[in-house]
Design a protein around this ligand. Structure first.
Ligand code: ADP
Ligand code: MG
Length: 262
């Protein structure tokens, strides 16, 4: 199978008036179609930079970023982004917020509107379409953000800590919902999270990054029998703790070396 996303020998330098800093160094990464990969590591190790490069927000200082074998030259509607903040527009209804991407692309057809209403129903948001963001809870708003991301039917979802502002039980529900939905639609996903259990429970592979500059420290393949489970089930699986512990130990080893500030 050919990779959906590839980083080939990618380095990135941020430059300002005072200095240039190497954010990621000689990174190699390939993500297969339908794969769910998580990026974990201490804050500042380059996770968001990697997503931004994949999204084509800016080019890398060195190396190649490929989507379906082609160089990424700018933002594309094949890639959808979901962030910690939902960025819903307060003056737009839930339906109009969910439709905004399609509207911008000139694809807001009656058919697309119906598809978005169906997605809202599937996400447990039936009856909210004509309401406004302030009337919804944080978990509901984040589900609207997911519908908005899925509405334009991207092949790849880039998820930058989308659950980290939510209460624990809402977060667990949403992890299941997102994984189930992405699997059903056969989407490829890259999740950035500081929650190691979330990474282990949701992913096929967990990539631990080290910092200064960002590089891959270790890759953890999640066993097949755990991958098949929903995240809430995976967390309860007898084999789960071992996986969690091995990622944790590796992360701790790095922190011990450089001073903790995850
Ligand atoms: P993470 O998402 O893992 O916390 P980032 O990708 O945001 O890490 O940042 C990686 C490194 O690059 C950090 O040292 C950060 O300070 C630096 N950095 C990120 N964005 C910028 C920017 N726009 N300008 C300068 N430095 C940046
Ligand atoms: Mg980040």
């Amino acid at each position: 199978m050919k990779p959906m996303l590839e980083l080939k020998n990618v380095s990135h330098v941020y430059v300002n008036e005072k200095e240039a800093s190497l954010a990621i160094d000689s990174l190699e990464l390939a993500v297969l179609p339908g794969e769910f990969v998580s990026l974990v590591g201490p804050s500042g190790c380059g996770k968001t930079t990697i997503l931004s490069l994949l999204a084509g927000l800016f080019p890398p200082a060195q190396g190649e970023v490929l989507y379906a074998g082609q160089p990424v030259s700018g933002p594309s509607n094949k890639l959808g982004y979901m962030l910690q903040q939902d960025y819903l527009f307060p003056w737009r209804t839930i339906r109009d917020n969910a439709l905004i991407g399609l509207e911008i692309m000139g694809r807001k057809t009656p058919q697309a509107c119906r598809a978005v209403d169906d997605l809202l129903d599937e996400m447990g948001l039936a009856g909210t379409a004509d309401r406004y963001p302030h009337e919804l809870s944080g978990g509901m708003r984040q589900r609207v953000a997911l519908v908005r991301t899925l509405a334009s039917d991207p092949e790849v979802l880039l998820l930058d800590e989308p659950f980290s502002a939510l209460d624990m039980h809402i977060k667990l529900q949403l992890e299941d919902l997102v994984q189930r939905t992405l699997r059903r639609l056969n989407k490829t996903a890259i999740l950035v999270t500081h929650d190691l259990a979330e990474a282990a429970a949701m992913s096929d592979r967990v990539i631990l990054l080290g910092r200064r500059p960002g590089r891959i420290r270790q890759i953890f393949d999640i066993p097949l029998d755990i991958r098949r489970l929903l995240p809430t089930e995976a967390r309860r699986d007898p084999g789960f703790q071992d996986i969690f512990d091995s990622i944790w130990e590796e992360l701790e080893a790095e922190d011990g070396k450089e001073g903790a500030d995850v």
